[in-house]
Design a protein around this ligand. Structure first.
Ligand code: ADP
Ligand code: MG
Length: 720
């Protein structure tokens, strides 16, 4: 047997248990050994029989004095009755309906048991305790200690027909046999410095700890290891990026100054700071890999335009990708406006728009406004350099598929650039060297385009150091002046009417309203759905106003249409799912009503709130909840008191864990790593350790086990 031995080949497992183990994601011996308990039961304290208290769960040792089986008078229940004694006294034990026990347990057997003493008709008895036979060799062989009782006991995530008890039974002998055969992965200098258990004892202690302290120490070692691998992985990606070549774009200072001067507003100092960081990166001969973080409305778009202008004026192209058509279109319009204000640029900047779903494509030669051109022509222009900025959705990188049957599918319209210098991605996407090279249409090891990712989802620091650790960060931590803070209120059910009245009065003044619901269709429960709310609001509550709905099941074209109409103020109220979460800019929207708030993360709610308050008008955010729990209230209060997306995201991480954050799921991390991501101290240590090792030996030549494990890790993570 070795670690890749399939579980069904392990003695005692077989086909029946193979299926069950597979359900837990365990296919090999290695995976079984690394299936860690999610918590522990403490059965280490042994109570004397004399000291057992009524109705209290306790654990004790004793010897069977006598044992017999009986049926109750109705002959329905089988009772196995035993008398068990220790040196302090004896007690009656009764198991119900476990007829096999009479065959397993014999007079004279030594048992350890845990259960509750209850009062019967005649006397107190121990009711159906869990038990374990104490082996004869007890105390002689250290590792033959008890498995299920009389110790700290591991509790695993179970599945039907597969209990923690069974896992303990199977795992113990396997661990004893294999724990010393697994090569240590963490370099000794790191283990010494961080005082981490070695692999073999950590593996034993995480399953069968001698104390809770040792269990924590074992978890700590494996948590550290996970974070260490994530850091190594990302630091290596970073190193690879630095070795690649990119076109250097010297900062064209007069150009940038002129551009900034002609904007209708003054840049905030945060915008200036990050623009400078980005421009500095573009000067370097290796590709930029930067994440621009900024709260909703902090003005990221104009920063990306500044970067673009520097690249375009050097004669290169820019690609901008957004996650949805709506957003892509909005960027297209924004870029058009921004450049249109620039007399000196307007004659020479040509912006194209491409998505996978529309048949019409636009090109904007700025002086002449929008022209509709065919897809073919747009692609042709992009290829020959006639388009300076191509804006679109994923269609920019995914060739459009044509033809119905899969065998007939032809890959068409692959976008080719003449000289792509910069890729801008709104709302987080990781782009590796290979992908960027592909988008640029060049073979790897030639020039790679620079990458600027942008996100309004604030990412907690521990995540930017780990799973986003290959990126450089720029943070806009300041909103443009003159923005009014959105007034946020938790609304009790009795006040719902009042909110609606207020909303109506605002709508009569030309303001618009968002209503966000957690789901699309109505189900049996109380959760608000877009379809039902739409019906109620349009027919009963606001028959005098125009209401429309938007959700993810509509076609992109329908969604696009609705959003356009809302922006053009063709209706007053938009009932929507979370599709409006990112980036949508509707200037006259001043009211955000959120239903089922308990179903959203704080940072996400903050994003919704950011959809309003985008102008000088006072805006409002009303939070409805069906939950009256204290926890929900506290969470929502945080939203009222705190206006920083960064702080709210740190709270989300604490309360909900990292799973809700964008990009985290793609890593497929084990639970232990997920909870380790909450621990900023450990994250920092692991990253430092990874840096040290790479500094000492960037190719990990001295650390062959580590290198191999890292390769396995790399294979498991699919980020692109
Ligand atoms: P986000 O960072 O959420 O993408 P946008 O780039 O869409 O934000 O900017 C939000 C709005 O703020 C836009 O209408 C933009 O024109 C405006 N804006 C950007 N920077 C400034 C500034 N320094 N002063 C005033 N308004 C600004
Ligand atoms: Mg934006």
């Amino acid at each position: 047997m070795n670690f890749s031995t399939p579980v069904e080949k392990i003695p005692g497992i077989g086909l029946k248990y193979q299926k069950r183990l597979n359900r837990l994601g365990i296919k090999t011996l290695g995976e079984l050994l690394f299936y860690f308990p999610h918590h522990y039961g403490d059965f280490s304290k042994i109570t004397k029989i004399k000291e057992i208290k009524l109705n209290e769960r306790s654990c004790f040792k004793g010897k069977i004095l006598e044992i017999k089986q009986e049926r109750t008078w109705k002959r329905k229940i089988i009772l196995t009755k035993a008398i068990v004694e220790d040196d302090s006294g004896a007690i009656q034990v009764i198991w119900f309906n476990q007829p096999y026990l009479i065959k397993v347990l014999k007079k004279g057997d030594k048992l350890i048991m845990a259960g509750k003493i209850v009062l019967g008709d005649k006397q107190a008895y121990l009711s159906s305790p869990v038990y374990e036979k104490i082996p004869e060799t007890e105390d002689k062989i250290q590792d033959a200690k008890l498995t299920h009782l009389g110790r700290i006991v591991p509790v695993y995530s179970e599945t039907e027909g597969l209990s923690s008890r069974w896992l303990r039974y199977i795992l113990k002998p396997l661990l004893l046999r294999f724990k010393n055969k697994i090569p240590e992965t963490l370099p000794e200098i790191i283990r010494k410095k961080e005082q981490l258990l070695n692999l073999s004892s950590a593996l034993w202690q995480i399953h069968f700890p001698d104390s809770l302290k040792l269990a924590r120490a074992a978890q700590n070692r494996f948590s550290f290891e996970e974070l260490f691998f994530i850091s190594l992985f990302n630091l290596k990606r970073r190193a690879k990026m630095v070795k690649a070549k990119a076109q250097s774009f010297p900062i064209n200072v007069p150009l940038i100054q002129e551009f900034v001067k002609s904007l209708p507003f003054k840049l905030t100092s945060a915008q200036k700071k990050v623009s400078w960081q980005i421009l500095k990166d573009l000067e370097k001969p290796y590709p930029m890999n930067r994440l621009l973080q900024g709260d909703v409305g902090s003005g990221k778009t104009v920063v990306s335009a500044i970067a673009s202008i520097n690249v375009i004026k050097a004669g290169n192209q820019v690609a901008l990708m957004a996650p949805t058509e709506i957003l892509a279109k909005q960027h297209f319009q924004t870029f058009f406006q921004i450049f249109n204000q620039q007399r000196s640029f307007s004659s020479s900047v040509n912006i194209g728009f491409l998505t996978g779903n529309e048949d019409k494509f636009y090109s904007r030669k700025l002086k002449s406004g929008t022209i509709e051109i065919s897809r073919q022509k747009l692609l042709e222009k992009t290829k020959t350099g006639g388009i300076d900025i191509l804006i679109g959705t994923h269609a920019l990188i995914t060739p459009i598929k044509k033809g119905k049957s899969s065998s007939l599918r032809v890959l068409e319209n692959k976008v080719k650039f003449k000289n792509l210098g910069l890729i801008i991605i709104d709302e987080q996407h990781r782009f590796g060297v290979e992908q960027r090279a592909k988008l640029a249409g060049k073979k790897t090891n030639w020039k790679i385009p620079h990458l600027l990712s942008m996100t309004a989802t604030p990412i907690p620091r521990s995540l930017t150091l780990t799973i986003w650790g290959d990126l450089d960060l720029s943070i806009i931590d300041e909103l443009p002046k003159g923005r009014k803070k959105v007034i946020t209120e938790i609304v009790s059910p009795q006040k719902r009417e009042k909110v609606y009245q207020f909303a109506r009065s605002q709508a009569k003044n030309g303001r618009q309203i968002f209503v966000i619901c957690p789901r699309i269709e109505e189900k049996e429960d109380e959760v608000k759905s877009v379809e039902k709310e739409y019906k109620i609001l349009s027919e009963k509550v606001f028959p005098d106003l125009k209401v429309k709905m938007l959700h993810g099941k509509m076609t992109p074209k329908e969604k696009e249409g609705i959003m356009r109409e809302f922006k053009q103020k063709k209706f007053d109220i938009l009932v929507s799912t979370s599709v409006v979460e990112v980036g949508i800019d509707v200037k006259d929207a001043t009211i955000m009503i959120i239903e089922g708030t308990e179903r959203f993360g704080l940072a996400q709610l903050h994003q919704f709130r950011g959809r309003v308050g985008r102008s000088k008008k006072q805006s409002f955010c009303f939070l409805f909840t069906e939950s009256s729990s204290k926890k929900t209230k506290e969470r929502l209060k945080a939203l009222i008191n705190c206006n920083s997306g960064f702080e709210l995201s740190e709270m989300d991480l604490k309360i909900r864990g990292p799973g809700d954050f964008f990009g985290v799921k793609q890593w497929g991390l084990p639970d232990l790593a997920m909870s380790a991501l909450k621990n900023i101290k450990l994250v920092e240590k692991a990253r430092e350790a990874a840096k040290e090792i790479l500094k000492e030996d960037s190719e990990l030549r001295k650390y062959s086990t580590l290198k191999r494990r890292l390769e396995v890790f790399e294979e498991k993570v699919h980020l692109e």
